[in-house]
Design a protein around this ligand. Structure first.
Ligand code: XMP
Length: 323
């Protein structure tokens, strides 16, 4: 019979058999899948695992702390946090095109992650031969079912390493669906904020600022997003809404009247959607009083924002994200 307890027991045994006394690396994204995969592997092999979290500065308010504090407290995992905010912001400077942003963020992410891997490889200890990934069953089916290896090429001029290091993959979630992964995560003691987290794109808030990404704009959007999330949770809407991107129209200004006079600020877009799989989506018919509360709070509490608008477009024709 399928129980989370059985799944955990089985996977722990399988991971131990696979990894033996070697070491493994796991990248944490802040998402559910990588967190649960890492927690499972941690349970199996303890300190033979090192987790790596790249802080690209594009996360939402509190998310990096969730990984740094709550994940570590719940699992006892070795965590290497790489603060790469400046590097990402420099690379994104002057860029407004969505695909260009995605490309830059993806490229920088791989570079920073590989650099962290190389540093771990150089530490004393058993051979680092495994890379943990949070691949789920639907991903396996979509990609044709193969298991694999991952290469890391040492194009970073780090001395004394082979030209090309190969990792064997550890994928303890390969037989699970998303809801099962959440149950396993809960059983492993991960906090609800991580286990029940709604989908969030890898490029983070970088693709929720329409226009150039800057530190000030990110800080502004983080505040607005935190308010929207807080009110949606308070209203009990988290399970009803698939996700609710909060978008800053950084290149748009409109006239408002706030406090003592005229303002010329930016609009914030709320994009609550209902969906089964993100392939299609409908805009969520949210209670007006919740929308009103979010709008009032954002315009009162977030400097430079004087308007909140609601996106009432389905997917198709609109995508869930604005970029
Ligand atoms: P769209 O905007 O294409 O989004 O309707 C569908 C789902 O995918 C997420 N999304 C991404 N996730 N990297 C990711 O990891 C990305 O570049 C990316 N773009 C969109 C989006 O949040 C939604 O859940």
């Amino acid at each position: 019979t399928w129980t989370t307890g059985n799944v955990i027991e089985e996977q722990v045994a399988a991971i131990r058999a696979q990894v033996g006394d070697k070491r493994a690396i796991c990248g944490l994204s802040g998402g559910v899948d990588s967190a649960v995969a890492a927690a499972l592997v941690q349970k199996a092999i303890g300190n033979q695992l090192t987790c790596v979290y790249v802080d690209h500065g594009l996360m939402r308010k509190g998310e990096t702390e969730q990984v740094e504090k709550d994940f570590v407290a719940a699992t006892g995992a070795n965590l290497k946090v790489v603060d790469a905010e400046e590097r990402f912001l420099n690379a994104l400077a002057g860029v407004s095109d969505p695909e260009e942003k995605r490309k830059i963020i993806g490229r920088e992410f791989i570079r920073v992650f590989e650099q962290a891997q190389l540093e771990i490889l150089q530490e004393d200890g058993p051979e680092v031969a495994f890379l943990v990934q949070g691949t789920l069953y639907p991903d396996v089916v979509e990609s044709g079912g193969g298991t694999g290896t991952a290469n890391i090429k040492s194009h970073h001029n780090v001395g004394g390493l082979p030209d090309d290091i190969e990792f064997e993959l550890v994928e303890p979630l390969r037989q699970l669906f998303k809801d099962e992964v959440r149950m396993v995560g809960q059983e492993l003691g991960l906090p609800a904020e991580i286990v029940q987290r709604q989908p969030f794109p890898g490029p983070g808030l970088g693709i929720r600022i329409v226009g150039e990404v800057t530190k000030d704009r990110l800080d502004l959007l983080r505040e607005a997003d935190a308010i929207a999330r807080e009110e949606l949770t308070a209203a009990g809407l988290d399970s009803e809404i698939w996700q609710c991107p909060v978008v800053l129209l950084a290149d748009v200004r409109s006239v408002g009247v706030q406090g003592d006079g005229r303002t010329y600020g930016h609009p914030i877009v709320l994009r609550p959607v209902s969906s089964e799989d993100a392939m299609t989506a409908d805009w969520t018919r949210m209670p007006y009083d919740v929308l009103a509360k979010i709008s009032t709070r954002i315009t009162n509490e977030v400097a430079d924002v004087n308007r909140v608008v609601l996106d009432v477009t389905s997917k198709p024709p609109g995508t869930i994200e604005w970029e």
